[in-house]
Design a protein around this ligand. Structure first.
Ligand SMILES: O=C(O)CCC(=O)C(=O)O
Ligand SMILES: [Fe+2]
Length: 316
């Protein structure tokens, strides 16, 4: 593999054609077991919606530092808000990532008793004062959430469950959209510093849209890092740790990283889809051989995510 990840065309699924779910389920199942990463085309997310989200992201990161800092994640809470350059190490053994990010979460409506929670995943988004930013980002959020849920129907089928298995585990998800901005690699930089250090993603699925600059690298099964060149209009989808656990490790959550390009900025938008906080993550029956025990004990999705986030921000 030279970085050419499998490409799965979802056109039939998007159009609800007969047999499409079975075909896509088989293709995703193969990619999820062998690589843990694949591209999707024909996904139904409008190019205009994506372009508007990228434009909103560029406008946000161009704001004066103080305006971004006013929305800092430790002020906003609940994993929402601005993460400045140097604040995060996706690979905690390396110097901090050379990137900045803005997180938008799945908000429950006003008056919902679970709109806030003590465990820190539920909360309310903070928005910059930028005309058009919020509607552009919310439209993109809704589009990728719908796509993520559609992909889960195929995944459930592939893992031997009913296609609707995940529906009530993703109706109030811990979903996070991250606008990401990678500055060009500076001339003098701490050795080993990357845009995003090697990591696996924490949740069920990640849907990543990148610009045409490149820099994403994926670790092959044999340990070799390969570049995953951008594919305009497509999403990179990868399996996260939580879905690997649902699948009893049948699917792989594959390490990846971002190397900042020389002399160029890079923008990407990652959408992390995690289950509802109270969903109990436990191996699907179809993934456990008769007479064998699941490889991991059950855990709530909230506890799983909290543990992974704590490690990244220099905690546990
Ligand atoms: O920006 C990218 O291309 C990838 C980012 C990523 O892997 C992450 O934020 O988890
Ligand atoms: Fe990632």
């Amino acid at each position: 593999m030279d970085g050419s990840l499998p490409v799965i065309d979802l056109s039939d699924l998007t159009a609800a054609a007969p047999g499409a779910l079975e075909r896509v389920a088989a293709a995703i199942g193969r990619a999820a077991r062998e690589v843990g990463f694949f591209w999707v085309t024909g996904h139904g997310v409008s190019p205009a919606v994506s372009a508007a989200a990228f434009a909103a992201s560029e406008a946000f990161f161009a704001l004066p530092r103080a305006q971004k800092a006013a929305l800092a994640i430790d002020r906003v809470g609940a994993n929402r808000g601005y993460v400045g350059e140097g604040a995060e190490s996706l690979d905690p053994s390396r110097p901090p990532d050379l990137k900045e990010a803005f997180n938008i979460g799945f908000d429950l409506p006003e008056g919902d008793p679970e709109r806030f929670d003590a465990a820190g995943q539920r909360g309310v988004n903070a928005w910059p004062e930028l005309a058009g930013f919020r509607p552009a980002v919310e439209a993109y959020f809704a589009a990728v959430l719908a796509l993520g849920r559609r992909l889960h129907r195929a995944i459930a089928l592939d893992l031997g469950a009913d296609p609707e298995f995940f529906a009530d585990k993703l109706d109030r998800p811990m979903a996070t959209l991250r606008l990401l901005h990678y500055p060009p690699r500076p001339a003098a930089m701490a050795p080993g510093r990357l845009g995003a250090g090697a990591h696996t993603d924490y949740g069920n699925l990640t849907l990543l849209a990148t610009d045409a600059v490149g820099g994403l690298e994926v670790r092959r099964r044999d340990g070799v890092w390969v570049a995953a060149p951008p594919m305009p209009g497509a999403f990179v989808v990868n399996i996260g740790d939580c879905l690997m656990r649902w699948s009893n490790d049948v699917y792989v959550s594959t390490p990846h990283r971002v190397v900042n390009p020389e002399g160029r900025e890079r923008w990407s938008i990652a959408f992390f889809l995690d289950p509802n906080p109270e969903a109990v993550v436990t191996a699907l029956p179809g993934c456990v051989a008769p007479g064998e025990a699941p490889r991991h004990p059950p855990i709530t999705a909230a506890a799983h995510l909290a543990a992974r986030l704590a490690a990244t921000y220099g905690g546990a």
